[in-house]
Ligand binder design. Structure first.
Ligand SMILES: C[S@@+](CC[C@H](N)C(=O)[O-])C[C@H]1O[C@@H](n2cnc3c(N)ncnc32)[C@H](O)[C@@H]1O
Length: 268
């Protein structure tokens, strides 16, 4: 077994590292989105597919003691981590639940938020309908997700192109759509939401951890890539090494996929 595959199979801490890096890289644009849609003190929020709870805790800080935030994720290990982090920070207005988004009790929120979740689902429209069903009258659904057609790095390299190809193949092979971003506004409108808005963000850089997202993502999907027969473990190792070297070179430009942010409001 090669290093990248061992890394992916160890799951736990390494998968968490990628989520944490991704959360830090996305934090400024996600907080700007919350400003833009008016999330503030006293609101109740549901963070669907909350992962390690980074955004959930940002929402909890934002809504303050008079507000309330629920983070939900189907992965119980991530929910445990999120709970531990909340306890460490003394966040009293936040609750985490290990559950599938389709089995949530009907409980109305001012805000239902989901980042990088819909792209992994085989029926994202049904999920958006479920988000809509959890809104109070006048509440808002806010989603952020990838458009891999807009993923780029400079200078172009074969390893980067192959990484994007393999990542997209793994997600598609599991019924997801890594290019879901541009579909989001119409999906919100189709769910009966109004005042639909959208924006595009794409954190990039020549230095810093924004450039580490690519090798970490490749490592994260390494086991799946090999299990699906898309590439050999040796090829995956070579791509990971190339992407790390690319990230460490200050003359190169890299970052995350293009991200579409979209929001829509329930009547009332
Ligand atoms: C790429 S992570 C994103 C985590 C977090 N939203 C963020 O942006 O940092 C996707 C998360 O969605 C969760 N997820 C996937 N399908 C789900 C479902 N049906 N119900 C609840 N959570 C789900 C996964 O367990 C994973 O933690």
């Amino acid at each position: 077994m090669t290093e990248a595959v061992r890394y992916a199979l160890r799951g736990g801490s390494e998968g968490r590292e990628r989520l944490r890096v991704l959360a830090r890289v996305m934090r400024p644009t996600t907080l700007a989105l919350f400003d833009r849609v008016g999330i503030g003190a006293g609101m109740s929020c549901l963070d669907v597919g909350c992962g390690g709870g980074d955004v959930t805790l940002d929402l909890a800080a934002r809504v303050g003691p008079s507000g309330r935030v629920v983070g939900v994720d189907v992965d119980a290990a991530k929910v445990d981590l999120a709970r531990a982090e909340a306890a460490e920070r003394g966040a009293a207005n936040v609750e985490f639940r290990a559950a599938d988004l389709r089995t949530l009790a009907d409980e109305p929120f001012d805000v239902v938020y989901a980042r990088f979740v819909l792209s992994h689902l085989s029926d994202p429209a049904a999920a958006v309908d479920a988000f809509r069903a959890h809104l109070r009258p006048g509440g808002i659904v806010v989603v952020e997700d990838t458009d891999f057609a807009g993923y780029f790095a400079h200078p172009p390299t074969e390893s980067f192109d192959r990484f994007v190809e393999l990542y997209c193949a793994v997600v598609r092979g599991r019924g997801g759509d890594p290019g879901i971003g541009p579909r989001l506004p119409r999906m919100l409108a189709a769910a009966g939401l109004g005042q639909v808005g959208a924006a595009v963000v794409q954190p990039m850089g020549t230095t810093g951890e924004v450039k580490r997202v690519n090798p970490l993502t490749m490592q994260n999907v390494a086991a799946a890539v090999v299990a699906d027969g898309l590439a050999s473990a040796a090829e995956v190792d070579r791509i990971v090494a190339d992407l790390h070297a690319f990230a460490e070179d200050p003359t190169t430009l890299a970052g995350v996929a293009r991200v579409v942010q979209a929001w829509g409001r329930a009547p009332g």
